[in-house]
Design a protein around this ligand. Structure first.
Ligand code: IPE
Ligand code: IPE
Ligand code: MG
Length: 249
């Protein structure tokens, strides 16, 4: 299993767009929330797979800024599920030294959920065996817009010169500036769109779309994703590694 793949090629950071919970439930004649509950089990599985394969950073798109448009019943159910997930899985974070952090408009979250999230963030802040990054009320455009606003405020106060604003300065004002860009973004359930996920950070990520619905995503799907990634040739606008300017003629 893990031994068959060169560990130096394993992505350092994988981000998942966890999609398909609703369709999974519908196919079984169940309410959508049952799909989200099943999806929470996949989250546990994927956290374990990342640990087993040595993936250091795992980002999970759990709730988008657009998901507030869903019926209140579903939104409330998701918030409750999130709180329950944190309560049930905090022990695992401590046991394995994994730091939790949240990216997104945390002020949008119900007070009790926000307090729970921030309590676990604070309790795990010094861990460095891995990072679990939950995107909650996350929108990529609003992340960039908020960064722009904070940069503008610094410029207005004279703390920053307009000419000094570059890519690094923008990155430094995002939600988690020190987290490396995702090497791989995986979307389950077959949609070919980004749905406002990590637009700044994913410009050179490898993307992988699988038809598997999130609650059905298994350990062997995880392995297949890693193996597909290791076969990709990332060039970052350059030429294949090992090919020099001269030999490329
Ligand atoms: C993803 O599953 C989970 C969230 C967006 C919270 P969906 O709920 O979007 O499932 P589908 O797309 O309706 O199948
Ligand atoms: C993206 O899925 C958001 C999350 C997985 C949290 P959606 O189901 O909300 O995306 P769209 O609406 O199909 O683009
Ligand atoms: Mg969906």
């Amino acid at each position: 299993m893990a031994e068959s793949t060169d560990s130096s090629n394993v992505p350092r950071h994988i981000a998942f767009i966890m999609d398909g919970n609703g369709r999974w439930a519908k196919a079984r004649g169940l309410p959508r929330l049952k799909g989200h509950e099943a999806g929470a089990e996949t989250v546990r599985l994927v956290i374990r797979c990342c640990r087993d394969w040595g993936v250091r950073y795992l980002t999970l798109y759990a709730f988008s800024t657009e998901n507030w448009r869903r019926p209140a019943l579903e939104v409330n159910g998701l918030m409750r599920l999130l709180q329950k997930f944190l309560q049930e899985n905090e022990g695992g974070l401590h046991e394995h030294g994994v730091r939790l952090r949240v990216i997104g408009r945390r002020g949008d979250l119900p007070g009790s959920v926000r307090r729970e999230v921030e309590r676990v963030e604070a309790a795990t802040v010094n861990y460095d065996s891995g990072e679990l990054i939950l995107a909650l009320s996350y929108g990529g455009r609003v992340e960039i817009a908020e960064a722009a606003r904070r940069i503008a405020e610094k410029v207005a106060k004279g703390e920053l010169k307009p000419g000094a604003v570059n890519e690094k300065v923008v990155t430094d004002h995002l939600y988690a500036p020190d987290v490396p860009d995702p090497d791989l973004v995986v979307r389950t359930s077959g949609e070919f769109r980004t749905s406002n996920f990590l637009p700044w950070q994913s410009v050179y990520s490898e993307w992988l779309i699988t038809p598997v619905l999130w609650p059905d995503f298994s350990e062997s799907d995880f392995q297949a994703v890693i193996e597909a990634y290791t076969r990709r040739n990332r060039r970052f606008g350059g030429v294949e590694s090992g090919v020099t300017k001269e030999s490329n003629g």
